[in-house]
Design a protein around this ligand. Sequence first.
Ligand code: ZN
Length: 716
Amino acid sequence: MQPAIANPLDEKLWQALQTSHLRLASHVEFSQQLHRGQLWVIIHDPVRNQFYKTTPEIQQLLQSLDGKRRLDEILAAQPALQTIVQERAQALKILAQLLEAGLLQGDFKYDYGEDLERQRQKNRLLGKMRWQRPWMLKMPLFNPDRQLDWLYRKTRLIWSAPALLVWLLTMVAALVALVDHFPQLKAYWSTRFLDPVNLLLLILVYPLLKAVHELSHGLTTKKWGGQVYEVGLMFLVFMPVPYVDASGSTQFPIKQQRMLVAAAGVMTELFCAALALFIWIASDNILVRDLCMNVMIIGAVSSVVFNGNPLLRFDAYYVLSDWLEIPNLGSRASLYLSKRWQQILLGVEPEPMPMAEGEKKWLLLYGILSGTYRLILSFTIALYIAGHYFFIGVLLALWAAVLQIVLPFGKGLAKLYEVAKTHGRRPRFFLAYGAILAALYAGLFVVPVRHATQAEALLRVDGGYQIKAGAEGFLQEILVHNGEQVTAGQPLLVLQNSALPAQLDAVLAQIAEMEILLSRYLTTVPDQAGFYRDQLQRLRQEESDLRESLANLTVTSAVAGRVEIPAPDDQLGRYFAKGDLLGHVLTKDAHRLVALVPERLGDGVLRDVQRARVRMATDPGHEYSAVDLQAVPQAVAQLPDAYFGSRRGGAISVDISDNSGTRALEPYFQVEMRLDVQDQPPLAGRGRVLFVHSDEPLGLRWLRQLRHLLLQRFEI
Ligand SMILES: [Zn+2]
């Protein structure tokens, strides 16, 4: 933050400086950096660990301050410094900053009380800024420079080029191993992560790994002779995490050095995560594997998501800003955006800001992306906490809303109004903001938006039609393949029984013999013909049974549906008795689905369902629709099936002290429905249902949800 100096005061201050004898404090350090082809000088005050950026001419001026000559004499003696006299704003700013910091000594007598007061106010405001993000408080502890020097001498080999090569190779190996073992890792994570022992380990591992992370920032700073002035504790969502102030690297002249210092933390964490992966693969001890999994989650996932994200002011931000050679990328981006806004909204040309070649597009891009992202992140964190600790979360959400929207917006508005007033653009100001408000209102309360609720689901496939052996025999051929769609009457399997034709032949011979006998008795002894008639009838029955069995050796389906024969290759050649089960034909209504909708979303969600779309975990690319929705009106925490619960790999968190794995942590509405299967029916298992509702303006929906949440919390 630089003190804003008003123009009339500038002139007075400049005059006062001209006649004073100034000398620069001896401990001030200079270093040079190249930003976008332009040479800059970094001034470092090691006592307060402050950095100032300026031009080589001003450095020359500062170095010629000897405390004996007056400033105007010095300037007159050096023609090279004449540009400073002409464009004095920059020189004035840095001189005022150095005076304020006590780095310029001499007989300077000037009451810039007004400036000072403004600066103090700004500092007080900065002090307050620390509380703007209550999930990130800082507590400085001590100066670790000597200890780091000692540690750097002991670990010098780690911070070398060959070690960087080792790091790179390890990363490649770990990536290959990760792809190989990902399914096992995922399965292990889903069963172990929520275990209390594992959560305890996680809380222990987190600060340790972060300590290693910070240490590597410090030691990489040491590699190029930088100073580290401060270590401390940061409370990240109330968890203590160590930090090292590695801003000493700001002075490094080569940008790759500064980038490496900023990246060292994440690189070290990734290395730890890679080692943990190798140990996880090799070990079968559950405690060791839990430990490794936590190192992987923190070192690879959380470090990349937070520290590795340049949109947040963590490590990757500094890497990016050094790489782009745009110092103060974040604050300059917001300054640039506000100037552009003023130009677009009021048509008033803003005061130009010094800008290097090609900076503009980066400032614009970064300003928009990081602003949006940070806003979303603040609210997501607040809402997450609200979901678990309601009142704290609501307070945090309000806090975030006030500090990140209301205050900056109000301040910007006031400033813009000031500009509009001085340039006589007041009507345009009100017109523009009126239009914005109208658009906002329309967007929230008029334009209907598609809206859907997602729910976890489990697909059950009922038995359906049973494929049974119609006659005893060996399974010779399967005419259909698993999953095939068949029609009623279509042949499915062929059984083979070589005894049946022989038996039929024997019976046919007996029948022929019996017919001759019968005709003979009918003509000679009609009284005794009855016995033979009965025999013949019995044989004819046997014949028809045998013919039926022969026909039944080809098994057909009585219904239309999809064939499911378990392990068809193993069944071939096996012997089956009549009536043995060979498989199923699943009819259309065999696919029944149960979905669970959290009660907190309100039962209104289920009252307005236009369509229900289903995706199964086994085949997420294919979408089905569900019909005949029937919701159970009472929400319960008891899950209908343990497969929904996290204990059995489901997505719904369950009480880990409950052995059945069916006690959910919150109540759910149960919705039963039937899957409308067209061609390719899915296998039973987990899936997700998307309940598509009627279109509704966003604002109305949010209001309704808020009302529901309040009603539920306060049980009015
Ligand atoms: Zn870091």
